[in-house]
Ligand binder design. Structure first.
Ligand code: TXA
Ligand code: MG
Length: 364
């Protein structure tokens, strides 16, 4: 399949809202051209095709969430297991009623505080949401992204858009247009290329179907942020603190299986072997140097991922891109310094780092 590549970097909130009222004719033309590309991409979604698009977290791979045949194409393009449900994206909070039967004051408060933005909420689903979209679950994950191209695409498509991250299943999530081209060129109808994703890790997934709001996937919006907005304790899914990458079928383990199906798969894996070094900062640094020298002596190419101690936001922004860069450089081994998990964002990045390393940790 020939994949159409549409550059929409010239779109930003300001110029959409002002509908191109600059004095600068050249700038206006660029915005108009980008909007035309989005029209074309929206028509592809309407016709049941697949379009990758930028969001503030990572790039998504979108299809009409209400049409099973369209959603099926997402699973085959990514090689994604069928029991891993998709997030449904909407462009106006008022469209949520198409997907879920009832909103509580608590749900409304969460939406008011965090949408558009990097927070996905899991709610009861309406029968109109096909089983394939939710991996057979009775719940649906919903998010309103904060990216002008994404919002414009969803509005023009006129339907909720199911979109997982636009990577081949198991690969690091894409945070730049070139990552999407690398994974999806030839497999999907079109790719909207925007600016690099502002956040760099996927949205926080918050389950609001039970009495206690529970985080199923950590992200840049932390439990503390949500607690402050709703005035109520937010819990973490207990499996988020597990440092292992497979869940067996024994009864004990079954009870511990993650509520968010996607959290149980091997994820974000670079091609190289990866080890996380955890401990006091100076010791981590010298252990990384020691292991690097040792492995290089053996003829291996070694890559290092070591962020500044409290640079959690930067770590989130850079982590997936670093994994892809190191793969491109052909390194055999990646040595990564652990981040502090007592910080909410540090915890979210560590969640990805642990999975990338297959929970391979060396303590110093
Ligand atoms: O930031 C993001 O969330 C990006 C952008 C594109 O919006 N999307 C994304 O989608 O990360 P994906 O498919 O890579 O991850 C969705 C996660 C998976 O862990 C999945 O299991 C979980 O959300 N999920 C989806 N629906 C669910 C549901 N009904 N109940 C529990 N977990 C659900
Ligand atoms: Mg993903």
């Amino acid at each position: 399949m020939k994949t159409k590549i549409f550059d929409v970097k010239d779109l930003n909130k300001h110029n959409i809202e002002q509908s191109a009222v600059y004095d600068d004719a050249e700038a206006n033309e660029k915005v108009e051209a980008a909007l035309e590309k989005i029209d074309e991409a929206a028509q592809i979604i309407i016709d049941g095709g697949l379009v990758a698009f930028p969001t503030e977290t990572v790039y998504g791979l979108g299809a009409n969430a209400l049409v099973p045949e369209a959603v099926a194409k997402i699973f085959s393009a990514k090689g994604r297991p069928a029991d891993n449900p998709l997030i449904v994206h909407i462009a106006r909070a008022s469209n949520i009623g198409e997907l879920t039967p009832a909103l509580t004051p608590e749900i409304i408060r969460v939406i008011d505080n965090f949408w558009p933005g990097p927070l996905t909420i899991v709610l009861q689903k309406k029968a109109s949401v096909p089983d394939i979209t939710t991996g057979g679950l009775k719940t649906v994950a919903i998010r309103m992204p904060d990216d002008p191209a994404a919002l414009e695409l969803i509005k023009k498509a006129g339907c909720p858009v199911a979109a997982p991250s636009a990577n081949v299943s198991g690969r690091p999530s894409p945070t730049k247009g070139e990552h999407v081209i690398e994974d999806m060129d030839g497999k999907i109808d079109a790719i909207l290329i925007g600016n690099d994703c502002r956040i760099g890790i996927e949205s926080t997934v918050l389950d609001l179907t039970g009495d206690i709001p529970t985080i199923l996937r950590p992200g840049i919006i932390t439990a503390e942020n949500i607690e402050a907005a709703i005035g109520k304790k937010v819990e973490m899914d207990p499996t988020l603190n597990h440092r292992k990458n497979s869940f067996s079928d024994s009864e004990d383990e079954k009870n511990l299986a993650p509520k968010s199906p996607g959290m149980k798969y091997k994820h974000y894996a670079p091609k190289a072997e990866m080890i996380i070094i955890e401990g006091q900062r100076d010791k981590v640094k010298s252990e990384i140097e020691r292991l690097k020298a040792l492995n290089e002596k053996l003829g291996l190419k070694v890559g290092i991922i070591l962020f500044e101690e409290k640079a959690f936001i930067e770590a989130a922004h850079e982590f997936f891109a670093r994994l892809r860069d190191l793969d491109d450089e052909g390194v055999n081994l990646i040595l990564a310094g652990a981040l502090s998990e007592s910080d909410g964002v540090g915890f979210a990045v560590m969640n990805r780092m642990l999975k990338s390393a297959g929970y391979h940790i060396a303590k110093v």
